[in-house]
Design a protein around this ligand. Structure first.
Ligand code: MF3
Ligand code: CO
Ligand code: CO
Length: 257
């Protein structure tokens, strides 16, 4: 414990890990299902309603709904929207859009949190291919850098190095996090290297690694709706997120399909 009484990290019990694994598997399944439902011409309101049904069909509930007053089942962030895009009846998904889907499923008191970005429509521009390819590989590099006895900073370095290889802007204001019996647990998992190496990675820790990378500059702002995060330069952004469990012998990604 630090002086503020917030622990630096959470070690989950074997019983909790079993339930976190289940919630994470459901979230992964829901993520893929929702991505398969995305069509040009639908509104983000309709997609969010469908997402609510898909989440409840797993026996779980939408983690985000009501979280700090969040007014949706999932987050749907299009083009220059980075994260936390809210459903709207007048927001149409169109061909050529870059759509980020972030899903939270609460099941049996535990949380699965995972995200993916897709391109809607046929001909994908080369710069969007680079954006999606490197944001996903940055996530994979972060996950690959995690091992028991290492540090949170190793994950950050893995993400940052790959993001830089793809010449993408790294969002700094929003970061990955511990996850398990609550959506946001300590520690923070930044997508860039900071001065402190962070807590040691230990068996029983569950972390969300979630690069938010921009085709242009790293700068973002929060829109007047109080939620939607957008790039300042209007260039598109991508977001991929997995949950990883640190085990005695290595790691286990909990949100693969
Ligand atoms: N799922 C997001 C994350 O990856 C947080 C969503 S915030 C909410 O941390 F308000 F939409 F719930
Ligand atoms: Co998320
Ligand atoms: Co998250």
């Amino acid at each position: 414990m630090r002086d503020c009484m917030r622990p630096d990290f959470i070690i989950h019990t074997p019983g909790e890990i079993t339930r976190i694994r289940t919630a994470a598997a459901k979230a992964a399944q829901v993520r893929e299902h929702i991505c398969s439902l995305v069509r040009s011409g639908m509104t983000t309101w309709d997609l969010d309603e469908l997402a609510g049904e898909v989440i409840r069909s797993t026996g779980g509930t939408p983690t985000f709904l009501g979280y700090r007053g969040y007014p949706g089942n999932i987050c749907i962030s299009i083009n220059d929207e980075v994260v936390h895009g809210i459903r709207r009846k007048d927001r149409f998904i169109l061909n050529g859009d870059v759509v980020s889907i972030d899903v939270g499923v609460t099941f049996d008191g535990c949380v699965g949190d995972t995200a993916k970005t897709i391109f809607v429509g046929g001909d994908i521009p080369e710069d969007i291919t680079r954006l999606l390819k490197f944001t996903e590989s940055a996530l994979e590099c972060g996950l690959a850098a995690a091992h028991p006895g290492g540090y949170v900073q190793d994950i950050s370095r893995g993400v940052e190095m790959e993001a830089k290889r793809g010449h993408l802007g790294i969002v700094e204001e929003f970061v990955g996090h511990g996850c398990g019996t609550r959506m946001h647990e300590p520690p923070d998992v930044p997508n860039f290297v900071q001065h402190r190496r962070g807590p040691m990675l230990q068996p029983g820790m569950v972390l969300c690694v979630e690069p938010m990378l921009n085709l242009g500059s790293k700068k973002v702002y929060v829109e007047s709706d109080g939620w939607t995060v957008r790039t300042r330069d209007g260039e598109p952004s991508a977001h991929f997120e997995h949950m990883v469990l640190i085990t005695e012998t290595g790691t286990e990604v909990l949100t693969r399909v």
